[in-house]
Design a protein around this ligand. Structure first.
Ligand code: SUG
Length: 429
């Protein structure tokens, strides 16, 4: 199996409108001036690092923004500019929603069950409905279109439409897969929240996780549906990938990530005897620090030489407690043997770390060959992306500019330049 991480290219409308309640960074940076060009270049920089590490890398494209179709469903009409202008006059927050670049966080695009885990032997992808937040809920339609384009071959892939909105589903951000080192069947873990915690909504519902597991044809004996701790949600872990990450036979989590960690670790150990659980205690790294630094929103990846690397945001390196703990971890000589630090600061300021920016898809060589190559990355494509971004992406967006027709036009043109540069026709995406 080969793992390809599909990162969302940061769209030209990237801005700080504070749309996500329960997401501390989004809330804290509301109203700040964003730097879309820098944000997108940071994203490509991370993808380049992954390629340089010898790992598979793909992309998903920014969605159509401003999302005038969405504003029309809310009763605004006329030309695109008239639709946007009347929405801006009526309720600026609606235009902020229609301008969000949140599709960059592709860990929320879908949940992916690799072929060896499913009854029919296909790789199953369930598009997330992201129904808790209006700006994110509007992503599902375009995400589904891109997934159907990227994974068109029914001999390998099965794409499921989003679940009904009442079943809140935020995709792979609340999903982990543990595979025995010795080979053999893997365990898929679905993590959900219950009700409100600290006034913040639980975005992943248990019923949604169960439905995805059923649709993917997973063995009930090898899937775990696990409750996230209320304390984690209340502290700002609006997705489980803010407090835990897994790769291969390793689970790396904060002590306060799960409602009943002892039961989870025991269940995992029974299913995957060689599982290694690395739990970070709160007296070394508090939940608050873990969430501020996004220590766990790292990408844990298996390197071509078989070692495991933790790809961390710069914010984690800058925190003395986090960095000291990580260096002890490496010195102990466990399965994680390397740290790589990446700069995704612009995305981080909206609560999106390295792991939020990518969707993992594990495939064999035949399925890999069946992926539409326009979604796969190499150095040449990276250079092309950087060129278009540098030429077309706005350097900055201040909150009041979200109502400026010149910005609407510029962002629409920038996206078209990108899709064209990657070989997509105007109506394909
Ligand atoms: O859904 N932020 C995203 C961040 C998603 C992070 N993804 C994972 N943890 N996998 C969210 O809260 C902020 C947008 C704004 O405020 O404009 C935002 O949507």
């Amino acid at each position: 199996m080969i793992e390809v991480n599909f990162d969302g290219i940061v769209g030209p409308t990237h801005n700080y409108a504070g749309l996500s309640i329960g997401n501390r960074a989004s809330f804290a940076n509301a109203g700040a001036v964003s730097s879309p060009r820098l944000a997108a270049l940071q994203g490509v920089g991370k993808m380049r690092r992954m390629l340089a590490m010898g790992l598979g890398q793909g992309v998903f494209l920014p969605h159509v923004r401003p999302n005038t179709d969405w504003l029309r469903t809310l009763g605004f009409n006329g030309s695109d500019t008239e639709t946007l202008a009347s929405a801006w006059m009526s309720d600026r927050a609606l235009v902020a929603n229609a301008m969000s670049a949140s599709a960059m966080w592709t860990a929320n695009a879908a949940t992916v069950s690799p072929a060896p885990d499913t009854r029919d032997g296909l790789c199953h992808l369930s598009v997330a409905n992201l129904s808790t937040m209006p700006h994110r809920a509007s992503e599902a339609g375009q995400t589904e279109r891109q997934l159907r384009l990227a994974f068109p071959d029914p001999r390998f892939f099965r794409i499921h439409a989003p679940l009904p909105a009442a079943f809140g589903d935020e995709g792979a951000a609340n999903f982990m897969r543990i595979a025995p080192r010795s080979g053999g069947p893997a365990v898929e873990m679905f993590v959900y929240g219950e009700g409100q915690s600290g006034g913040f909504p639980s975005r992943q519902h248990r019923t949604a996780s169960e439905a995805v597991a059923r649709r993917h044809g997973l063995s009930p004996a090898r899937s775990l549906v696990v409750r996230q701790s209320d304390a984690a949600i209340a502290a700002g872990a609006f997705h489980n990938d803010v407090v835990a990450v897994a790769n291969g036979h390793v689970l790396f989590a904060h002590e306060a990530a799960f409602a009943d960690p002892a039961a989870l670790y025991a269940a995992l150990a029974a299913l995957v005897p060689d599982v290694v659980t690395i739990e970070v205690p709160a007296d070394r790294v508090s939940l608050d620090t873990a969430i501020r630094t996004y220590l766990f929103n790292s990408q844990l990846v298996t390197m071509p030489d078989g070692g495991m690397t933790l790809v961390l945001p710069g914010e984690a390196q800058e925190n003395a407690a986090v960095w000291a703990w990580l260096n002890e971890l490496i010195a102990q000589g466990g399965p994680i043997d390397r740290l790589e630090v990446v700069d995704v600061r612009e995305s981080m300021r909206n609560g999106g770390g390295p792991a939020c920016l990518r969707l993992r898809v594990q495939v064999d060589a035949d399925a890999l060959a069946a992926i539409d190559p326009r979604f796969l990355l190499n150095e040449t494509v990276c250079a092309r992306l950087e060129q278009v971004i540098t030429q077309e992406w706005p350097e900055s967006i201040a909150p009041e500019e979200l109502g400026d027709p010149r910005l609407w036009d510029r962002c629409a043109r920038a996206r078209s330049a990108l899709t064209e540069a990657l070989g997509f026709g105007t109506d394909e995406l």
